[in-house]
Design a protein around this ligand. Sequence first.
Ligand SMILES: Nc1nc2c(ncn2[C@@H]2O[C@H](COP(=O)(O)OP(=O)(O)OP(=O)(O)O)[C@@H](O)[C@H]2O)c(=O)[nH]1
Ligand SMILES: [Mg+2]
Length: 221
Amino acid sequence: MILLAGRKVAIVIPAYNEAASIASVVRGAKKYGKVIVVDDCSTDGTGAVARRAGAQVIRNSSNLGYAESLNLGVRHAALEADFIVIMDADGQHAASDIPRMLAPILSGKADAAIGVRPYRIRYSERLFRLFSRLKAGIEDPLCGFKAFRADVYRKIGYFDSIGSVATEFMFAAKRAGFRVAQVPITIRRRRDAPRFAEGKRLKAEWAIFKAMLKVMAKYAV
Ligand SMILES: Nc1nc2c(ncn2[C@@H]2O[C@H](COP(=O)(O)OP(=O)(O)OP(=O)(O)O)[C@@H](O)[C@H]2O)c(=O)[nH]1
Ligand SMILES: [Mg+2]
C-alpha cells in the first residue's frame, strides 16, 4: 500500500460495465494509494481490465448495486487503510482531485470530505440537495467522490444501511459529530449512457427520490 503523508490510502471504485474507462481511472488513482475495484458482476470484462491496470478486484457473483458494492469495498478497505477515497469508474471524477479531497482530512480540519459537482442534472437531485443543505449543510449529497478516515467508517459501522444510493454515510457522520468538508471537484461529462438505474432516466429519478425519503425518515428528526 502506498503511503501518502505517511499514511495508508485506499481508493474504492464501484464499477458496473465500465471496461472502456476503468483502466485509465485505475492508473490515475493508483498514484495515491491502493485501488480496490468492486466489479458488480459486469459482463464486459471490467474486472479483468481493472486488474491488469493494477487494481485489486472484488467481484460480486450477482449485481448487488452501487450502495451494496460500496458496503463491501469500504469494509474491505478499512481492514488496512487509514484513509479511504471513493470515486466513480466512468472517468467523470479526476484522480488528480484526490489530494484535494484528502487535504482537509490530512491537515486535521475535517474527518470526512464530499465533493461538490459543478452541475446537477436530475430533478430529484435538486430536491435532495435542498433537504441536505438545510439539514446537514451538505451541498451535493449524491456526489460519488468522497474521502474519510477509516476510523469514521469503523465508528459508524456501515456505508449505507437503508438503500440510499450510498448517501447515508455523510449524514451518519454528521450526526455522529464528525466534521464534513465540501470540496469543489471537476467533472467530465460521460460520453456513453449512465450505468445508474441502467441509464433509464425516470428510473434513476425514482431511485434518487426514494433514497431521499429514506434519508429524510432517518435523519430529519
Ligand atoms: N457496483 C455498481 N456500481 C454501479 C452500478 N451502477 C452504477 N455504478 C457505478 O456508479 C458510478 C456512477 O454511475 P453513473 O451511471 O455514472 O451515475 P452518475 O455519475 O450519477 O450519472 P451520469 O452523470 O449520467 O454519469 C459509476 O462508477 C458506475 O460504474 C451498479 O449496479 N453496481
Ligand atoms: Mg457518472
